[in-house]
Design a protein around this ligand. Structure first.
Ligand code: PEP
Ligand code: MG
Length: 745
């Protein structure tokens, strides 16, 4: 491929680089950049606008416009042509600016005499820092080459800004990564923590955006891309999973893509270093990613982003191992993270902030299991945070305070101190039963899914494990676990429980829980699709393997297990028959079998509440999976932020459903418990107890608060309050219940 070397642009970039090397103030540097650019492009005006806050661009330097306008002229995002470039991140190039849509006349700049306008966004890794503008009196469209050269200058300005080259007075020239920032995300796991940023993937810093010798840079790029191709090929040779292979094939496609390579070569020809050329492409991909509505396109752009990262690491020699030490109270900040990686960090982490992810993602499941506060969808977290930065997570509200100021810090320290006091109170009642004022004892059990959860059995005062989510062990691996591995793990769980009851739930996959090594199902509505027991019954091999592993782990001890998502009696019967078959097989093999076997069903669909009486007599016990039950009862997706909080758990309809289930179970003598997230919320837990539930299973950290409220509650009085609110026709009993607790406690 032939590459033209644009000596003019190269000269300009070289002068910019020399500028960076000189000891001068930020303002002076900006002034010189506008001067140099206007001069080299022979254009009347060159101006730099930078963001002074998220919404406002400020003229920070100009050659050609009135000097008095600098730091005075400001425009809102979207306002005028400059604001339009800032908002859309797209170039505006016009020969007749005054009649271009969005033009705004700013007399203070003396702008009316300039006819042509070309503005390009100054952006770095998808973040827009400002707008670079050239204008001229003569009505002309800037040529493609000129626009391209401007983009390259904008890129260098962005890199220089990242390196702190323009720090000066005023909001637009503050040092990057120094201001307090509040990011609003979504709470993935509640809790308030204070600590220091630990970037999962430290940012690659490009310290040499401009290079002298384009031939050498070309060679460096070619060599790095070659290394990258080899490593992608090696990964492909090693991979077994089809999904992974698909991603790597896409990588390979990009790595061999002529367009990608050509654009980077052109940037180098203009004077950029190889790494700056890669980063420029990466920035463009990120900007497009933010605008793409099509999920396929977004994924491909995200692949390209990963590939650029790999290339940058090869070029700069900056690996993930930077030698930096993990700070005290580390709070992990990442774009996203897999469950296995998260488990490797384990409880060393005090909190997690992700830019992507969903409430039901595997990382969120693991974070919840480890009880580490997690905030997801915190936009710009990885671009704003630096390793070691002070950070506070308000996991309850889903808010991240990065580099918080003193008032925020002291407010949070008060909150954390209050939580600590409350925890001390809870530990004083740890060994007491949850006995209500009216003398009812409520069994409080904990939910678990990892070996790491088991110590909580002791610390929390839980009576047992009311829900052991066995799918976590399947989710965190790259391949299907073997029966012997599972048997060993379940044995360790039972050993650690030391005789306390553990309710193992058989594999609950599908919907949001997709095994990395199983073919993904292309289902129109996965939450209503092929999931949980439906998979178990259709693919009995996996279920049999798991049942055998459980029986071998019990090895003569009692075993309790339940099936997820039973929607009708038949399903329970078939699943139960599998248990009997597994038992018979084990006996035939001469293996010791459990000395007592309890088999139950999770009630997670409204249909099961109306199952024939015979089901209730037949089933060993029922565990209400409130998370799913509630989503199907109200037809409101538990994963969808728009609707997931729309319907209150204390809505009279839902409470009445719970009451009816409990009544049916009481009539048939079927033990019944509740193990959804709501069991861990004190007010909800008390209402469930008032509706007749005597066993609740929750996150270990919730046991103290729930026990504390139950010990102060008279369930008969609370039941009266609920009945009265229902009688009055209230939609939710929450207000009535809240005032009952306020008045009685
Ligand atoms: C539930 O649905 O309430 C439940 C406990 O199961 P999971 O949250 O794992 O779906
Ligand atoms: Mg469920």
């Amino acid at each position: 491929m032939e590459v033209k070397f644009e000596t003019e642009s190269r000269q300009l970039l070289r002068r910019l680089r020399d500028l960076l090397a000189e000891e001068s103030a930020g303002q002076e540097r900006l002034d010189q950049i506008t001067h140099l650019t206007a001069d080299s492009m022979s254009t009347g005006v060159c101006s730099i606008y930078l963001f002074r806050d998220d919404e406002t661009l400020e003229l920070c330097a100009t050659e050609g416009l009135k000097a008095e306008a600098v730091h005075k002229t400001r425009m809102k995002l979207g306002e005028g042509l400059v604001g339009r470039v800032g908002r859309t991140r797209r170039i505006v190039n016009t020969a007749d600016a005054p009649s271009t849509h969005g033009f705004r006349y700013m007399p203070e700049t003396g702008e009316e005499i300039y006819s042509s306008f070309c503005g390009v966004p100054i952006q770095r890794l998808g973040e827009t820092l400002g707008v670079l503008v050239v204008q001229s009196k003569e009505a002309r469209q800037y040529t493609e080459d000129e626009v391209y050269a401007l983009e390259v200058v904008a890129m260098v300005i962005a890199e220089m800004a990242e390196l702190g080259a323009f720090v000066g007075e005023g909001a637009a020239l503050v040092a990057r990564h120094s201001q307090p920032i509040i990011m609003r995300g979504i709470a993935g796991q509640e809790g308030t923590v204070e600590g220091h940023v630990w970037l999962h993937e430290p940012r690659v810093v490009v310290t040499n955006p401009v290079a002298d010798d384009p031939h050498r840079e070309m060679e460096r790029l070619t060599e790095a891309v070659e290394d990258l191709r080899v490593s992608v090929d090696e990964m492909l040779a090693e991979t077994t999973g089809s999904d992974e292979a698909q991603v790597l094939e896409t990588y390979r496609m990009f790595a061999n893509s002529k367009g990608w390579m050509r654009r980077m070569q052109e940037d180098i020809a203009l004077g950029l270093s190889a790494e700056a050329a890669v980063e420029k492409e990466q920035s463009l991909a990120r900007a497009r990613m933010g605008q793409a509505n099509d999920s396929y396109l977004r994924e491909r752009l995200s692949d390209l982003d990963d590939l650029s990262n790999r290339l940058l690491r090869i070029l700069t020699g900056q690996g993930t191992e930077t030698g930096a030490e993990m700070p005290s109270n580390p709070i992990l900040v990442a774009r996203n993270i897999g469950p296995a990686e998260l488990l490797e960090y384990g409880r060393a982490l005090k909190g997690i902030v992700l830019e992507e992810g969903s409430v039901g993602s595997h990382a969120a499941i693991v974070a919840r299991a480890l009880a580490i506060p997690l905030i997801i969808r915190a936009e710009r977290a990885t671009t704003e945070a630096l390793n070691g930065n002070h950070i506070i997570l308000d996991g309850d509200a889903g808010i991240v305070h990065l580099r918080p100021d003193d008032s925020v810090v002291s407010a949070f320290r008060d909150k954390i101190a209050m939580q600590r006091q409350a925890n001390e109170r809870y530990s004083s009642i740890r060994d007491k039963p949850a006995k209500t004022v009216c003398g009812k004892v409520i069994g409080l059990h904990m939910n678990a899914g990892l070996m790491a959860d088991l110590p909580s059995l002791e610390n929390s005062g839980a009576e047992g494990v009311g829900l052991f989510r066995t799918e976590l062990q399947f989710l965190i691996r790259n391949q299907m676990p073997k029966r012997t591995e599972l048997a060993a793990l379940y044995k360790r769980v039972l050993d650690a429980a030391g005789g306390k009851k553990v309710v193992f739930r058989t594999l609950d996959i599908g919907s949001d829980k997709v095994l990395p090594y199983m073919k993904p199902q292309d289902e129109p509505n996965p939450a209503l699709g092929w999931r949980a027991i439906r998979v178990g019954l259709d693919k009995p091999g996996i279920m049999r393997m798991q049942l055998q592993a459980l029986m071998r782990a019990a090895n003569g001890r009692p075993l309790t297990l339940m099936f997820p998502f039973i929607a009708q009696y038949e399903e329970y019967k078939w699943a139960r028959a599998e248990v009997d078959k597994a038992l018979a097989r084990e006996q035939k093999l001469g293996n010791p079998t459990p000395d007592r076997l309890e088999v139950g069903a999770m009630l997670e669909t409204p249909s099961l509440a109306f199952a024939p009486e015979k089901f209730f007599r037949d089933v060993g016990f029922i565990s209400i999976g409130g998370n799913d039950l509630k989503q199907f009862f109200f037809a409101a997706d538990r994963e969808n932020e728009r609707v997931r909080r729309r319907y209150d758990t204390l809505n009279v309809s839902f409470l009445s459903l719970i009451e009816q289930i409990v009544e049916r179970c009481d009539r048939t003598g079927t033990p019944v418990s509740f193990c959804g997230e709501d069991a861990g919320r004190p007010m909800e837990a008390a209402c469930f107890a008032a509706m007749g539930l005597r066993t609740l299973s929750m996150r270990p950290a919730s046991i103290g608060p729930v026990k504390s409220i139950l010990m102060r509650t008279n369930l008969d009085e609370l039941r009266q309050v609920i009945h009265a609110a229902r009688h009055r026709g209230e939609q939710s009993v929450r207000p009535a219940v809240a005032s009952f607790f306020q008045n009685t406690m």
